[in-house]
Design a protein around this ligand. Structure first.
Ligand code: NAG
Length: 533
């Protein structure tokens, strides 16, 4: 009896010395977790809020405000110490169809998280917002620093001094957004979305979503359906996905940016709803071809179905390997920068590696002239280099027109977008006698607002009025994005309209729409490129 007890006590002390301070204590409704990695955090088990995050003694949360999903989930929480050598503490907070997991892993200065939903959350936007102390972590994204600002559009675009600022201007495309954070003296707080952390999100690889808003409270976001939410109605290009969102992690450092490639394999041992381990996943490998060599470094492959989405950049030779994907049949899309140029179906099985080569089907007519690249972006055009980080009214922007552009001049003089109340863009060009006759004009667009679409007038001839495009029902380019649905408008110009020789052809492109609005909230669209052939 005595020996047994001694052996038990000895064993227990071994475990506790291996994991010195790691553990969870309760105080009233608070679950206080010491990660033994410098971070101690507290979850209110009565509502699911994270009420304290102390890193090396620095309290990073904001006073009076808590970090939570959406506007707070009102969950009730339970906890368990589990996993390999009891090195994990899992807190499970459930509210109806939503479950939020908070996991502490021995020695990680992090709150590992995942969010499981079986229905569109009643909280509206699905996002985890860490509401952090501005004094602890004052340094966020400079274009999202709104302190002292005046709202100039909605309640979310501000003017601070002479500059426009918004949480929207902190966004990055998902394909490039694995780590984002805020810092202060002796502490940095980073949101890490590793590997397949966006698999249950929506909008594809080029979707951009909010990362930060630096107000009186420093807000750090993991947005799953922020811009995608029906309630906020922001550039939603596809349906929501249910299931497990993440895993993701709120990671603390003494200021340096952490690596985005954190281990998430441990989640498989934690009994979490919807987690699919790597061993139950498959991959797709192959080679993309047919994209012009100038774009070889900007091609990627996307995969999507109703349950998941993934992407992979190709190498410069076109070879790619997907992330580990959930089994299923996917639509696989080849992107030239952000323009879909081929799609096909591919099936993924658990443990399998499917080979699926894909070739661009992009039409490549011999053009008389072209303005910009057909790549699903307005890059190169006037103001395109600034639109992601500021409002079109910002004084740093170049004037929006109406602009007259002569074919052959630098495309940085061609506007990236036109707005109904600001006016059309006029394009001037001459043609040789061999280039006259019936021709085709194509106008590619990447996003439109309030039903805006192009109607042309050429030398007094009025082209057809296209139908309203299928586009997200939301503000667009004023929120720092050009990512909507790519649309191509084709105008068949009859013989007799174009002139040849020294007489200049005058092409006017107007925004038409049944809707109206003021200035930058008037109907508008974003140009991808134009060509005449
Ligand atoms: C915990 O949540 C409950 C329910 O929302 C609330 O009444 C209580 O004040 C909270 N406690 C703390 C310490 O935040």
């Amino acid at each position: 009896m005595f020996k047994k007890l001694a052996a038990f006590v000895f064993g227990a002390s071994l475990i506790s010395s291996a994991a010195a301070a790691f553990g969870l204590t309760t105080s009233g409704s608070s679950f206080i977790v010491d990660t033994d990695g410098g971070l101690v955090f507290t979850v209110n088990s009565s509502n699911g809020d994270v009420t304290s995050m102390k890193f090396n003694g620095i309290e990073a949360r904001a006073l009076f405000l808590r970090s939570h999903i959406g506007s707070g989930i009102g969950a009730s929480c339970s906890w368990v110490r589990t996993g390999n050598d009891n090195n994990y503490i899992k807190i499970t907070c459930t509210a109806g169809s939503l479950t939020q997991y908070y996991v502490a892993r021995y020695k990680d200065p992090a709150i590992h998280m995942a969010t499981y939903i079986t229905a569109e959350p009643s909280v509206g936007e699905l996002r985890f917002i860490a509401r952090l102390s501005r004094s602890a972590v004052p340094n966020g994204h400079p274009n999202a620093a709104i302190v002292g600002g005046t709202a100039i559009e909605g309640s979310d675009v501000f003017k601070v001094g002479s500059q426009t600022r918004s949480k929207f201007y902190s966004s990055r495309q998902f394909i490039d957004d694995q780590v984002h954070g805020v810092t202060g003296s002796g502490v940095g707080v980073f949101m890490i979305i590793p590997g397949t952390g966006y698999e249950s999100s929506s909008g594809g690889p080029f979707m951009r979503d909010i990362n930060n808003q630096g107000g009186d409270v420093q807000e750090l976001y993991y947005c799953e359906f922020c811009l995608l939410s029906l309630n906020s109605g922001h550039t939603q290009t596809e349906s929501y996905r249910m299931g497990l969102h993440g895993p993701y992690a709120l990671w603390f450092t003494s200021g340096a940016t952490p690596s985005g490639s954190i281990d998430t394999a441990f989640w498989s041992g934690l009994g979490v709803n919807g987690f699919v381990p790597t061993t139950s996943r498959g991959r797709v490998t192959g080679k993309a071809s047919g994209i012009p060599s100038g774009f070889a470094s900007f091609q990627s492959v996307g995969f999507s179905n109703g349950a998941a989405q993934y992407w992979a950049r190709t190498d410069s030779s076109g070879s790619f390997t997907s992330p580990y994907m959930k089994p299923g049949t996917y639509t696989m899309t080849l992107y030239k920068v952000e323009l879909a140029v081929a799609s096909q179906s591919v099936s993924v099985s658990a443990g399998g590696v499917a080979t699926s080569n894909i070739a661009s089907k992009e039409a490549n007519p011999a053009v008389i002239w072209q303005i910009g690249d057909f790549d699903g972006t307005p890059r190169g055009f006037l103001n395109a280099d600034m639109i992601e980080w500021m409002h079109p009214s910002d004084s740093r922007m170049h004037g929006w027109g109406p602009i007259t552009f002569t074919v052959g001049s630098a495309i940085s003089g061609f506007p990236m977008a036109i707005f109904k109340t600001i006016g059309p863009v006029t394009v001037r060009f001459t043609l040789t006698s061999a280039q006259g006759g019936a021709r085709t004009l194509q106008i590619g667009t990447t996003l439109a607002f309030a039903g805006g679409r192009p109607q042309v007038v050429i030398n007094g001839w009025t082209g057809p009025a296209p139908a309203a495009p299928s586009q997200p029902d939301s503000r667009g380019v004023t929120r720092g994005t050009w990512r909507g649905n790519n649309n191509m408008y084709t105008v068949n110009i009859p013989s007799g309209v174009l002139t040849t020789g020294s007489t200049v052809n005058v092409l006017t492109i107007n925004v038409i729409s049944g809707s109206s609005g003021d200035m930058f909230l008037s109907p508008n669209f974003v140009f991808d490129a134009l060509r005449l052939y």
